[in-house]
Ligand binder design. Structure first.
Ligand code: DQQ
Length: 540
């Protein structure tokens, strides 16, 4: 099958076929992880939005179940759109989701599990009270969607956010309720921006200032900050701030835009959208899922019979400085590692490319760290407000510099006709060093009709320390983590030559100065067990 389907993944979550987009209502319940997702049961293009449902004991191997929500009622007839799960104080989960109703108005609905003693929660019942919320007053009927997980305030009232656009401004509307059924809109939204359009899939959660553990969504007070994420412009942006639950005031440390009107922090600088987090009570961590879109054409999707991936779930926490988030693939994924290869203290001289052999290059996990002996020769960055994406585009991996480009060539063909380059360049800006990370897809495929845009970001690290990179490679997706999770870039590629056993892995340095690989470990990755219920395997 892999022969005809060279782009299907081996350890990323995928349904057997058809269209998938946003992750919905992820949760942990009675020893089982649940993932719902936006799904079209009938084809590989968007439509007929249904909540598909899969469960897992380890977030790696999955069992596909019956659909949880079908668009069959007047209040969701045109689609069961995105939403979230809230675990009520007695431990019972409920779903809040957007229904695109029979008149294509976006309304908010509630659903409950039919049988709470079934840890798979296979059947869901829609509430008789639906729709709970309709677009009234100045809310436009088609700009009112994606309820968050609700949290409980000190006054014992629930709060939740709904993505919207009011007077042309992106906003997170705030609602309160005592009984989870009757919701009242607060006078002020939690936050808005007059510089963005519609906010989709907002997410709002506390993060700890003292360690990497996650916090339950209702935790308030103590050494914490709050994260607000909104999806717009095809990307997921977040801001860090302080939330006062008594007056529902959110004071932001840094807004979506910086002083130069540039958008600031993104979860991922590549293809990653409509993400959602949940608190994993079993391992006390917060986990992030995101929809990874396609870069090929709609007709390619129809031909291959599927579209869309989910990212590898990532642990997310606040960095020590309290400024930005760090993300790392959940540790469970490491159980798929096999056939390890290692390298230490290897110099890569100017213009050098060398192959890393001994692993399956199309299905791999690589961790590498680089050291630069001669930083003072770094080129000066000649721009006041440099744009990292532009820098990666202007100087792709084949353009030699002084300190870099150096990094990995992944999903590469033997003669390097095709490759995707994940690399760094080091610049000086006044007296500071600047580390640029790029994911260069421009040579990823001989195919001409796929999107091969490059992605880039600055990694806020001191290059006098090691510069680290981890890449998860899975046939048509490359998820890269720079600076131990400070910058994530996810790319989709569709090589013609570099597929399966014709795919190779290299390290390279096209900079004038030598760089040293202080450490490299790479593994082949085994295939995860992702099956329909009747073919499920015993959990390991
Ligand atoms: N996808 C859903 C919406 C959401 C959008 C519909 C984001 O609820 O706003 O499939 O990708």
């Amino acid at each position: 099958l892999q022969k005809q389907q060279p782009y299907r993944t081996a350890f990323h979550f995928q349904p057997p076929k058809n269209w998938m987009n946003d992750p919905n209502g992820p949760m942990y319940y009675k020893g089982v992880y649940h993932l719902f997702y936006q799904y079209n049961p009938y084809s590989a293009v968007w439509g007929n939005m249904t909540w598909a449902h899969s469960v897992s004991y380890n977030l790696v191997d999955w069992i596909h179940l019956e659909h949880a929500l079908n668009p069959t009622d007047p209040y969701d007839f045109n689609g069961c759109f995105s939403g979230s799960v809230t675990i009520l104080p007695e431990g019972n989960p409920v779903i809040l989701y957007t229904g695109n109703d029979y008149e294509s108005r976006q309304v908010q609905n509630l659903a409950m599990p039919k049988n709470l003693s079934d840890p798979f929660l296979r059947e869901w019942v829609k509430s008789d009270h639906n729709p709970l919320l309709s677009p009234i007053n100045e809310i436009k009927p088609d700009l009112f969607r994606d309820p968050t997980t609700a949290w409980l305030g000190p006054d014992k009232q629930w709060r939740l956010l709904i993505g919207s656009q009011i007077n042309g401004h992106g906003t997170a509307l705030l609602y309160r309720s005592e009984d989870f059924i009757n919701w009242t809109r607060a006078h002020s939204p939690l936050h808005f921006s007059n510089k963005t359009g519609m906010w989709e899939c907002p997410d709002f959660y506390p993060v700890s200032l003292s360690g990497t553990n996650g916090l339950d969504t209702s935790v308030q007070g103590g050494a914490i900050k709050h994260i607000l994420k909104a999806s717009f412009n095809d990307h997921d942006y977040y801001i860090v701030g302080t939330y006062d639950s008594k007056i529902d005031n959110f004071t932001v440390d840094t807004d979506f835009m910086d002083d130069n009107m540039k958008l600031r922090y993104r979860y991922d600088y590549g293809m990653f959208y409509a993400s959602k987090t949940f608190f994993d009570d079993a391992k006390k961590r917060r986990i992030l899922w995101g929809w990874v879109t396609e870069a090929d054409t709609k007709s390619d999707d129809i031909e291959k019979g599927w579209s869309g991936l989910q990212s590898i779930p990532r642990s997310v926490w606040l960095d020590k400085a309290g400024k930005q988030l760090l993300q790392w693939p959940i540790a469970e994924i490491e159980k798929l590692r096999s056939e390890e290869v290692n390298l230490q203290n290897k110099e890569i001289k100017e213009g050098n490319v060398f192959e890393i052999t001994g692993i399956t290059a199309s299905q791999a996990d690589i961790e590498v760290s680089f050291q630069l002996p001669n930083l003072h020769v770094a080129e000066q960055l000649n721009s006041d407000i440099p744009d990292p994406q532009l820098l990666c585009n202007e100087n792709n991996a084949s353009t030699g510099g002084v300190l870099g480009p150096f990094g990995l060539l992944v999903l590469a063909s033997k003669n390097l006709t095709e490759y995707t380059a994940i690399y760094f360049r080091i610049y000086k800006s006044q007296e500071n060093y600047v580390v640029l990370m790029c994911s260069d897809q421009s040579r990823s495929s001989l195919a001409t009709d796929v999107n091969k845009s490059n992605f880039g970001a600055f990694v806020d690290i001191d290059p006098r320390q090691k510069i680290s990179l981890r890449s998860l490679i899975d046939h048509s997706i490359i998820e890269s983590f720079g600076g131990e999770g400070k910058v994530c870039i996810t790319a989709r590629v569709y090589p013609k030559l570099a597929i399966d056993e014709s795919s190779y892995l290299y390290a390279f340095n096209y900079g004038k100065q030598s760089v040293e690989i202080s450490n490299l470990s790479a593994w082949s990755m085994k295939t995860a067990q992702i099956f329909p219920f009747h073919q499920r395997r015993k959990p390991q």
